[in-house]
Design a protein around this ligand. Structure first.
Ligand code: CMC
Length: 428
């Protein structure tokens, strides 16, 4: 028997049977609940979408209570152990792990598209020396739509495939160019004999040596960090990607909007905010006073808490392990001690325990990035590179879902009732 929810309208005494599917009722099924026939019908009110599913998705599964994260059914722990970012991005985008031949083809395609049009350099030259690289990244991604006007053919499967390859391949190059711009060094061309992450390190850090050789531990660490950040279902930036994409704009413009959403300190900018917070705390002795301040409502413990995870973020567990490997190569980040003390105190404190606030992916990732030589301002950019795969997969899923339309939430109007215009000299 089909599951239903019986709703009794006390205003009319009428009963309604609302179908329940996948633990969800359809908001539109509430529309039939009216007192008079020409009434608009019942709506739901859900600011910040805390209890509203806006799509059906096959890409990423999260169980926030159990701390489970899976891409296309594969647990994040297994992907972090056995896969690499390019393979994981293929999985996220195409739905299955690639065969050897498919992987070879995918690697070739992405590698073949890493170069940027020379005019991108001119665009980046326009930025000041101290520009935030995320601002440069967002602008450059948006600019790509002018280089590839064919991207407007969003319902052409072949065009979508090509833009997907271009985006996955070019975002590391854009990020590296932004980085080289702020540190005042010449741009480095991609080295197509290196891995995805190895080539990114090459474009960032190559100096005068004829061939850049990435440190294998750092190359792998970065690759695993990319795997961990590749998708995270319906978060703020993914919602932006889907929402902007629902107007049928090209994927570069939509992705620039998604990256802008990521930039904020409550989302992908949190790793940057964590480092600034740890630097401000300055020493383990100051941790109790800082925690007291946060509990008093003055600021937040950045890198803690999550809308979905109400236990340890599984990505944070993996990142802590990677941090140890990276620090063996780079030396310990001096801020690590403060982070560990902060975590210890917070996990014992009733304020954080009762609100189920645990370290999230951003709490330790910044420490690794800093130890690897990245300036703090590059952290959100490092998040955007792998998330590009997730954003495109979610965008394509939205476009090909017959139930989706242009995104258009409703509102409850609480402004003035109708009133007549008053001439300026008559206003009080
Ligand atoms: N420090 C102190 N208190 C917090 C924190 C925090 N980091 N996070 C939540 N709270 C408190 C909040 O004040 C509220 O308390 P009360 O019930 O007394 O008003 C309660 O916990 C619930 O918080 P909320 O703001 O309703 O939770 P949310 O689901 O809207 O916010 C969040 C989720 C991630 C925005 C929030 O936890 C936060 O601001 N964390 C710090 C920023 C951060 O680390 N963001 C990265 C998220 S993971 C990476 C990503 O995917 O973007």
């Amino acid at each position: 028997m089909a599951e239903t929810l019986t709703v009794t309208d006390n205003r009319t005494g009428k009963k309604y049977e609302i179908p329940v599917q996948d633990g969800t009722i359809r908001a539109m099924d509430l529309r039939q609940i009216k007192v008079v026939p020409d009434e608009f019908g019942l709506m739901t009110y859900d600011p910040a979408f805390t209890n509203t599913a806006a799509c059906r998705s096959r890409i990423t599964y999260i169980d926030g209570d159990k701390g489970i994260l899976m891409y296309r059914g594969y647990p994040i722990e297994q992907l972090a152990e056995h896969s690499d970012f390019l393979e994981t991005s293929y999985l996220i985008l195409r739905g299955e792990l690639p065969t050897s031949a498919q992987m070879e083809q995918w690697t070739h395609e992405v590698t073949f598209h890493t170069m940027l049009h020379e005019n991108i350099k001119t665009l980046l030259q326009g930025f000041r020396y101290d520009s935030h690289p995320m601002g440069m990244f967002i602008s450059a991604v948006a600019a790509l739509s002018t280089f590839y006007p064919d991207a407007k053919n969003i319902f052409d499967v072949e065009s979508r495939r090509l833009q997907t390859i271009r985006l996955v391949a070019k975002v590391p190059s854009l990020a590296a160019y932004a980085f080289r711009h702020i540190i005042g060094r010449p741009y480095v061309l991609p080295d197509n004999d290196l891995s995805f992450s190895g080539n990114f390190l090459n474009m960032l850090f190559k100096m005068t040596e004829p061939r850049y050789k990435p440190h294998p531990v750092l190359e792998r660490a970065l690759d695993v960090l990319f795997i961990l950040h590749a998708d995270h279902e319906q978060n703020c930036s993914t919602h932006a990607m889907r929402g902007i994409g629902s107007s049928h704009v090209d994927p570069y413009s939509a992705l620039a909007g998604a990256a802008a959403a990521l930039y904020g300190p409550l989302h992908g900018g949190a790793n940057e905010a964590v480092l600034r917070m740890l630097t401000e705390i300055g020493s383990t002795d100051h941790v109790p006073a800082f925690v007291k301040r946060v509990k008093g409502g003055d600021g937040r413990l950045m890198g803690f808490g999550h809308r979905v995870y109400k236990s340890y973020d599984p990505r944070a567990t993996i990142i802590k392990r990677i941090a140890d490997l990276v620090f063996e190569v780079t030396g310990k980040n001096p801020l690590l001690k403060i982070a560990l003390e902060l975590e210890r105190i917070a996990l014992e404190d009733d304020y954080f325990v009762s609100r189920r606030l645990y370290p999230n992916v951003d709490f330790y990732s910044g420490l690794i990035y800093q130890a690897m030589g990245f300036p703090v301002s590059m952290f959100p950019v490092l998040f955007a590179i792998p998330r590009t795969a997730g954003w495109i997969a979610q965008w394509e899923e939205m476009l090909t879902d017959p139930e989706q339309k242009i995104a258009r939430p409703r509102q409850i109007y609480i402004g003035s009732a109708k009133r007549d215009y008053v001439a300026r000299d008559k206003r009080k």
